[in-house]
Design a protein around this ligand. Structure first.
Ligand code: FAD
Length: 280
């Protein structure tokens, strides 16, 4: 189908983009989700603000012991950045699992985070990493913990006039192992269920466990009960069984609720095992 008519502006500075978005313009990043929605007329924005020509949103750098990633970083940039591969491999591994090479070339970290698809891959990793999402408007900038950013299916804490401008992730200590494991929806590549594990082991004992889950329900989350079990030396299978505790599993034509829960348990066990094998 052909989208409704719309105005199109491609600003070259963040200041101009924020002014246009403050006036009701709709951000366009990779267009991998927005353009199909416009073609299906699920979205009919009157004015598209193309973010692709704004160099200020395009960077990956180390700062104050963290990695700061501009919203325009493509999935391919995240997957192949030597800085991210070396210092936050969970994010690079997650990016490499997204869709296909065309989607990874065009789609952006900022666009994916803003879109908040319940089957997107990044949210699992960002939850496990306790990432911060930086939001900017003409009025100023704020950084939110990821758990306060993703509110529900396709719903975030973004206010009208705000853009996601940066994602901040920790640099992993040497003793931390990570893994992202996903059961793929074969037609699109989206996660029917995806689990990210981040585990630190010191003197043979787990001292930190973070488990992020996507796809199981309408929103990504941290599986706190499973994390606590691991930190109390529970067996991997026992901890993995807690990954869906307190969560209402989604059901659709791809997977029933009980099957999704079964997948989450199985993929949590895989992610934990691999993260442990990668921890020193
Ligand atoms: P756009 O499509 O340009 O924008 C998406 C939404 O976010 C729009 O509402 C837009 O207004 C808003 N937006 C964009 N940037 C910002 C910003 N900086 N601040 C505020 N709002 C903003 N994703 C996965 O996670 N895993 C997969 O396996 C996967 N497979 C895919 C397969 C196919 C065939 C396709 C087409 C997509 C797939 N995706 C998958 C989605 C893909 O990752 C998209 O890149 C992502 O969802 C949206 O990013 P984008 O940069 O394309 O954003």
């Amino acid at each position: 189908m052909i989208p409704n008519t719309f105005e199109y502006t491609a600003p070259t500075t963040l200041k101009d983009a924020l002014a246009l978005i403050g006036n009701g313009g709709k951000p366009l990043a990779g267009g991998m989700s927005l353009i199909p929605m416009m073609k299906l007329r699920l979205a009919s924005p009157e004015h598209l603000i193309d973010l692709n020509r704004i160099p200020e949103l395009n960077y990956i750098r180390e700062q104050n012991g963290e990695l700061h990633i501009g919203a325009n970083a493509s999935h391919y940039d995240v997957e192949t950045s030597p800085l991210i591969l070396g210092k936050c491999p969970l994010l690079a591994e997650t990016a490499s699992n997204i869709g296909d090479i065309q989607v990874r070339n065009r789609g952006t970290l900022g666009g994916s985070v803003a879109h908040a698809d319940p089957s997107a891959d990044y949210p699992a990793a960002l939850q496990a990493l306790e990432a911060k999402i930086v939001l900017s408007s003409s009025k100023g900038t704020r950084a939110l913990p990821v758990a306060d950013f993703f509110l529900d299916t396709f719903t975030t804490a973004l206010e009208p006039g705000e853009l996601v401008t940066e994602i901040i992730v920790p640099i992993e200590a040497g003793l931390t192992g990570t893994s992202y494991q996903k059961f793929v929806q074969p037609a699109s590549g989206f996660a029917i269920v995806g689990v990210a594990a981040r585990i630190r082991r010191e003197d043979g004992k787990i001292t930190l466990a973070r488990i992020g889950v996507t796809g199981l329900s309408g929103n990504s989350y941290r599986a706190i009960k499973a994390e606590q079990a691991l930190e109390s030396n529970a067996e991997i299978e026992k901890a993995a069984k807690l990954v869906g505790e307190g969560v209402e599993p989604s059901a659709d034509l791809h997977a029933s609720a009980p099957y999704r829960l079964h997948l989450a348990t199985a993929y949590a066990a895989r992610a934990i095992r691999q993260a442990l094998s990668r921890s020193a």
